[in-house]
Design a protein. Structure first.
Length: 286
């Protein structure tokens, strides 16, 4: 079978089928998936159960794997592979974490609009999130199209943004939530990265906004002016017309391109078990 796409929104997000992601992909399948992500930004594969080893193999076919924020965190990993990121509210003993556990901070930080690993160079390319255990309600994930958001900016705003750059820092989003208990070693574990506010996607050639909660300030502007600009851009870019909201089903796999999307988790009952596993690839073209 060949990759089949069913659009979810015009030009953004699609349900995908026709490819068995649990098996090694051939070059044509890899090329087709990359082209689909260039076009859609987000691909949803329903009923795609993946063992941890299969998910890692799938991700490695698209590039080097990224540890992201884990490089700044000393929290123990309950999963067998460091490259398999535990997006859950489960502690190292396998139990649902107490609300004051550091694992819960990660769950809350994921509810801020962000692009995975925008705080490092190279940043992330693709993220692949697999649903393992889901609560009865809540815990959706939203995705925003940064290409369409840029296209919809007024011409004067586009001119204002040309040449502006923002610094992205791994712990900035945690500091926003009052999570400041990090050693100097942890604070320096991931050097900040500076990226243009407007980037061009290497696959589609489209210009886009590169913003999100890891962006701490705009270079050359006062902190106050720069943060207000970032807030205004984020408010614009996350209007409902640019956003796809994904309601998870067991064994869903969602792949998205961090270079042209932002995403955030939505609230759920933190006492209800929720387990998803993420693999992320680095952007070799950054």
């Amino acid at each position: 079978m060949e990759l089949t796409l069913t659009p979810i929104m015009p030009g953004f997000a699609a349900e995908a089928s026709g490819v068995d992601l649990a098996q090694p992909l051939d070059p044509a399948q890899i090329k087709a998936l990359e082209a689909a992500l260039d076009q859609c930004g987000v691909l949803v594969f329903r009923n795609s159960p993946l063992a941890p080893e299969a998910q890692l193999r799938l991700a490695r076919q698209f590039g080097e794997l990224d540890l992201g924020f884990k490089k700044a965190s000393k929290a123990p990993n309950r999963l067998a592979y460091d490259e398999l990121l535990d997006i859950s509210n489960v502690d190292e003993s396998g139990q649902v974490a107490d609300r004051n556990h550091r694992k819960i901070i990660g769950n809350l930080a994921n509810q801020l609009w962000h692009s995975d690993s925008s705080f490092q160079d190279p940043p992330a390319r693709y993220s692949m999130l697999h649903a393992v255990v889901l609560p009865e309600e809540g815990g959706d994930t939203e995705f925003a199209d940064m290409r369409a958001a840029y296209d919809a900016l007024p011409p004067a705003r586009k001119r204002q943004l040309q040449g502006l750059q923002a610094e992205h820092y791994a712990l900035h989003s945690r500091f926003l939530l009052g999570d400041t208990d990090y050693s100097e070693e942890q604070r320096r574990a991931i050097p900040s990265a500076v990226w243009p506010l407007v980037r061009r996607h290497p696959g589609s050639g489209r210009e886009l906004l590169f913003i999100g909660s890891h962006a701490s300030h705009v270079m050359g502007l006062s902190v106050a002016e720069g943060r207000l600009l970032l807030m205004d851009l984020l408010e614009h870019a996350t209007q409902p017309r640019f956003v796809y909201r994904h309601t998870w089903r067991p064994a869903d796999l969602v792949i998205w391109d961090n270079r042209c999307t932002l995403h955030r988790g939505r609230p759920f009952d933190l006492a209800a078990r929720r387990e998803l596993r993420r693999t992320t690839t680095l952007d070799a073209a950054a």
